[in-house]
Design a protein around this ligand. Structure first.
Ligand SMILES: Cc1ncc(COP(=O)(O)O)c(C=O)c1O
Length: 405
């Protein structure tokens, strides 16, 4: 065949979903042993992931709190539906296009926990609200400005659907959100003045608190957030506006929000895969014990006198939260990973001792930050039975990869 007329991946026959079918090499991988997985690849330890899911579901049940996990982490409707089957009320997303991917994948309860301002995006938000309401589902969105409410109302005008709107208050993140108190009351009134929207409650997410290393620091930060919520809720109730739901929390602090008596919904996402960064937090004994479930499988391609080199660089894992850690079966095999560029990782023996890996050896990296790592891959390879001797059970497409708008 003339190479110029050979079908490119983009020209592959498309399935009804609009996505290209699974590449043959991935389809053939299902049922094979882990050694058959090419490198570098993104791999889910399905047993560990499911244990995390069960622990989260049990935790939420014990605390009688709703959970709406953040799907910006895994970007997969298939995993979102697994979470919903385990008891989640729906999922959060951060972007309109992530919401579209979730709805296209059959998720019925989607909360865009972020501000959307562009009219072009709001038109898509309104269209999604209509699709979901026709299916008996529900779309929700966050706002933090009067202008944002007006723009959303303009986009929803004439629609038979309605949208749930949360007012975001800034409880310490210093990102989006109005100052707790009167500003939130004014926004709630404005929301309720439009028949196409319903004031659904408050979003009070404190992202910075997730990564404070000591449990004491995290407790102090969330105590302030709780006071901010209580104060804002009191003003809203005095104005005759009930606050049905307070939503927030991430993996680092969910135990605190759950115990606060103020939050009624947890948005944590990373608990499902547990990145290396979260492992550096002092563990709160009351928090569920989540395990690492997401790995980069990599291979040693060069061994030198004092270091080895593997084939996974920062094109296969994000490094915004630091380098990945190397999963070691025991101290003898403890290695440290150093940045070797976009295609390479440099491995040195960890200070606790150990020895360099052999040429060709497979290693497993635990990414520093799961969300942007997942976004670097088209597929996640689900393994059952452990990383040493398990088998590939399923391939999970990262449907919302690159869904940034
Ligand atoms: C608004 C919001 N909610 C929830 C989360 C989930 O946090 P985590 O993945 O750390 O559990 C995030 C993460 O950045 C977020 O931005």
């Amino acid at each position: 065949m003339n190479p110029l007329t050979k079908p490119t991946p983009d020209a592959l026959p498309r399935k009804a979903s609009g996505k290209a079918p699974l590449p043959d090499h991935l389809r053939r991988l299902v049922g094979q042993v882990v050694d058959a997985i090419d490198t570098p690849s993104l791999v889910i330890d399905l047993d560990a992931m499911e244990r995390n899911l069960t622990r989260m579901a049990d935790f939420a049940k014990k605390h009688e709190i709703r959970w709406r996990p953040h799907a910006k982490m895994h970007k997969s409707p298939a995993l979102a539906k697994l979470q919903i089957a385990a008891g989640a009320i729906g999922v959060c997303v951060q972007k309109t296009s992530e919401a579209e991917a979730m709805v296209a994948g059959g998720v019925q309860n989607v909360y865009i926990s972020n501000e959307v301002i562009a009219q072009s995006k709001l038109a898509r938000v309104a269209a999604l609200a209509k699709v979901l309401s026709a299916q008996g589902g529900q779309l929700a969105i966050a706002v933090d400005s009067a202008e944002g409410v007006s723009r959303l109302a303009a986009a929803m005008a004439g629609s038979s659907a309605s949208i749930d709107v949360f007012v975001e208050i800034d409880v310490g993140q210093r990102r989006c959100g109005v100052i707790p108190g009167a500003a939130a009351v004014a926004l709630a009134k404005k929301i309720n003045s439009h028949s196409c929207m319903r004031f659904a409650g408050l979003q009070a997410y404190h992202g910075k608190a997730q990564h404070l290393r000591s449990a004491q620091e995290r407790r102090a930060a969330i105590a302030v957030a709780v006071e901010d919520v209580q104060y804002t809720r009191r003003l809203l109730e005095e104005a005759g506006i009930p606050v049905e739901l307070v939503t927030g929390a991430g993996t680092g602090t969910l135990v605190l929000e759950a115990a606060s008596g103020v939050y009624s919904e947890l948005q944590a996402g990373s608990f499902l895969f547990m990145d290396a960064d979260y492992a550096q937090n002092d563990r709160d004994p009351a928090a569920p014990k989540f395990e690492h479930a997401l790995f980069i499988k990599t291979q040693v391609i060069s061994v030198q006198a004092d270091h080895a080199v593997c084939d996974a660089g920062h094109k296969s894992h994000a490094i915004d939260s630091g380098m990945p850690t190397v999963h070691a079966p025991d101290a003898e095999h403890a290695l440290e990973y150093f940045n070797g560029g976009d295609e390479h990782g440099v491995l040195r023996v960890a200070p606790c001792g150990g020895r360099l890996p052999a040429l060709g050896q497979f290693l497993w990296l635990i990414p520093g930050h799961c969300d942007p790592t997942v976004n670097l891959h088209d597929f996640m390879i689900g393994v059952r039975g452990g990383l040493a001797r398990g088998q590939v059970e399923r391939i999970i497409r990262v449907e919302a990869r690159g869904a940034l708008t």
